[in-house]
Every structure is written in structure tokens, then in C-alpha cells.
Design a protein around this ligand. Structure first.
Ligand SMILES: NC(=O)c1ccc[n+]([C@@H]2O[C@H](COP(=O)([O-])OP(=O)(O)OC[C@H]3O[C@@H](n4cnc5c(N)ncnc54)[C@H](OP(=O)(O)O)[C@@H]3O)[C@@H](O)[C@H]2O)c1
Length: 272
């Protein structure tokens, strides 16, 4: 099938990686269901032909059902699902409330599972499709004061790697995108913070480090291109790491003591 008739459904397409990905698929001639929580705030680019903007909040299964139905009514099929919606709960684990933890998993894990479960029967009936899950370098590595976020992204890594065996017989591919740090709303506005008085110096360091870093990070365009490649390269490759390769390489070659020293020094400004 030519890319002119293909359809991608993306979650969290209101900003950052999701928005850049929607625009890139559009540029490549695809039909795009750029789903978001508040379509009323969607940018002018969503007025193009071949774009629809269904309302979809991954924590509300009924919105997933309706958005998928709307996409099928408009474009007739879904070839690629990009599970991109997510945010980071930051801060010391000791200060995390049950509500914060629940919301983090509802969004990054359970919402992703609900979306996959809603789209899967369609891909199976079509006899083909690709599910692309956006994790992070933080889906295989872990940094300070991000334990809950890492727990969600590591969960999605394991889920995705297992799922690919289940779905191969249906000609459905599963792919994981593990971006490194990207300049989006994510660090300054997209994250939530837990707090605890015994860790306030660490929190300050990590906040200063992340805010300082944010300005020097690359934009989301390369991630969008990588997601497009994963959607169209017809390979069985599982993991793609735009802007992340260097971290995996360093982690693999450095002794753990040196890796730990560098992360502690850089992110917490201390030796312990
Ligand atoms: N930026 C990075 O450094 C980085 C690195 C590695 C991985 N990632 C991952 O990349 C993905 C996209 O993040 P981003 O960097 O593009 O940040 P972003 O600009 O903050 O985008 C996050 C998107 O997720 C949406 N979202 C949040 N909760 C949602 C929910 N319950 N239902 C539906 N949509 C929801 C947001 O929608 P609203 O506009 O409604 O809030 C927004 O569209 C995330 O999964 C993140 O973990 C980011």
C-alpha cells in the first residue's frame, strides 16, 4: 500500500515529540489522527486535509474507544499506533503520594495498555500493523529522583519486548523508541514533582541541572524521523534510540563505580 493511504494514530500530539511526529507523517503523505486531551488548543497545522484531532485522554478508556472509532470512520484503517503520551513524576520516592504514583502509572503504563488493547483487534483484522511505544533512555538506564518515571518506562520496555513475540504471527510489529533528552514541554512544564524535606538539596540540584540542560537539548525533529523510520523500515528491529546511543554506550563500557560517580557528580553536585 502506498504511504498516501496509510494512517497513523498518535497519542499526546498536542506538543513536543507527538506534535513533531504528527507533522512529519503528514509531510510524508500519511493520514494522521493527532489525538490529544484538548483538541480545542490544537495548532493551525491540524487544519490540514488528512489530519483529524480526536480527543483522547489515555487515562479515560471511553475517549480511546471514541477516538479510534472516529479515526476508522474518517480514514478506514489504522496502520501505525504511536503511544507517545506521557509525563515524568520527579522527586524523592519517600515523598511520593499514592495519588501521584497512581496517576503516573495510569498515564504511562495502564493508558498505553488500554490504547494497545483497543487498537489491536483492528490491526489483527487488517493482517498488519505496527505499534510504536515511546519509552526513553530512562527505560533502560536510571537517574536520581526519577524512580517512579523509570519504573513506568522500564515496565513499557518489558511489555513491548514480550508483546512482539505474541504479535508476530499476526504480522504486527512492536517497536520501542528510546529518546535521550529532548527540548519539549517535558522538563519544565510536563513533569510533576514529589517533595520531602530530607531531600530538598538534592531536588534543587536536579531541578537546576535539568533546567540548565533543557536549553542545550536538541528539538524533537530527529525523534519524529526515527519514529517514521520505525514505522516504515519493515525490519524486525525492536529498539531505536535517537540522541540516546551515547548514554547506552557509556553505560556499557564504564565500570559501574565510574558511571555512578559521574551521574552523582553531574546531577547531584556531590560525591555521594
Ligand atoms: N523530552 C524528553 O526529554 C523525553 C525523553 C525521553 C522520552 N520522552 C517521552 O516522550 C513522550 C512525549 O514527551 P515530550 O517530550 O514530547 O513532552 P511534552 O511536550 O510534555 O508532551 C507530552 C504529551 O503527552 C500528553 N499527555 C500527558 N498526559 C496525557 C494523558 N493522560 N492523555 C493523553 N495525553 C497526555 C500531553 O498532553 P497535554 O498537552 O494535554 O498535557 C502532551 O501532548 C513522553 O512519553 C516522554 O516520557 C521525552
Amino acid at each position: 500500500m502506498s504511504s498516501m493511504n496509510k494512517t497513523v494514530l498518535i497519542t499526546g500530539a498536542s506538543s513536543g515529540i507527538g506534535e513533531a511526529t504528527a507533522k512529519y507523517f503528514l509531510q510524508k503523505g500519511w493520514n494522521v489522527a493527532a489525538t490529544m486531551r484538548s483538541p480545542i488548543n490544537a495548532g493551525d497545522w491540524t487544519k490540514a486535509d488528512k489530519v483529524i484531532c480526536p480527543r483522547l485522554d489515555v487515562t479515560r478508556p471511553e475517549t480511546i474507544e471514541i477516538a479510534v472509532r472516529e479515526t476508522l470512520e474518517c480514514f478506514g484503517r489504522i496502520d501505525v499506533l504511536v503511544n507517545n503520551a506521557g509525563y515524568a513524576l520527579m522527586g524523592p520516592l519517600e515523598g511520593v503520594t499514592p495519588e501521584q504514583l497512581e496517576r503516573q502509572f495510569q498515564t504511562n503504563v495502564f493508558g498505553l495498555v488500554s490504547t494497545i488493547q483497543t487498537v489491536l483487534p483492528i490491526l489483527r483484522q487488517q493482517g498488519s500493523g505496527t505499534i510504536i511505544n515511546v519509552t526513553s533512555i530512562g527505560g533502560r538506564l536510571a537517574f536520581p529522583l526519577t524512580s517512579c518515571y523509570h519504573a513506568t518506562k522500564w515496565a513499557v520496555e518489558g511489555l513491548s519486548e514480550s508483546l512482539r513475540y505474541e504479535l508476530r504471527r499476526f504480522n504486527i510489529q512492536v517497536k520501542i523508541i528510546e529518546p535521550g533528552g529532548i527540548k519539549t514541554n517535558f522538563i519544565n512544564h510536563g513533569s510533576a514533582w514529589a517533595s520531602h524535606p530530607n531531600y530538598s538539596d538534592m531536588v534543587k540540584h536536579v531541578k537546576d541541572f535539568s533546567e540548565g540542560l533543557n536549553n542545550s537539548l536538541p528539538g524533537p525533529e530527529k525523534v519524529a524521523k526515527t519514529i517514521y523510520k520505525a514505522a516504515s523500515d519493515r525490519s524486525h528491529k525492536l529498539r531505536y534510540s535517537p540522541h540516546g546511543e551515547v548514554f547506552f554506550f557509556m553505560h556499557a563500557i564504564l565500570p559501574d563505580s565510574l558511571w555512578r560517580y559521574l551521574v552523582t557528580r553531574l546531577m547531584l553536585g556531590s560525591n555521594k
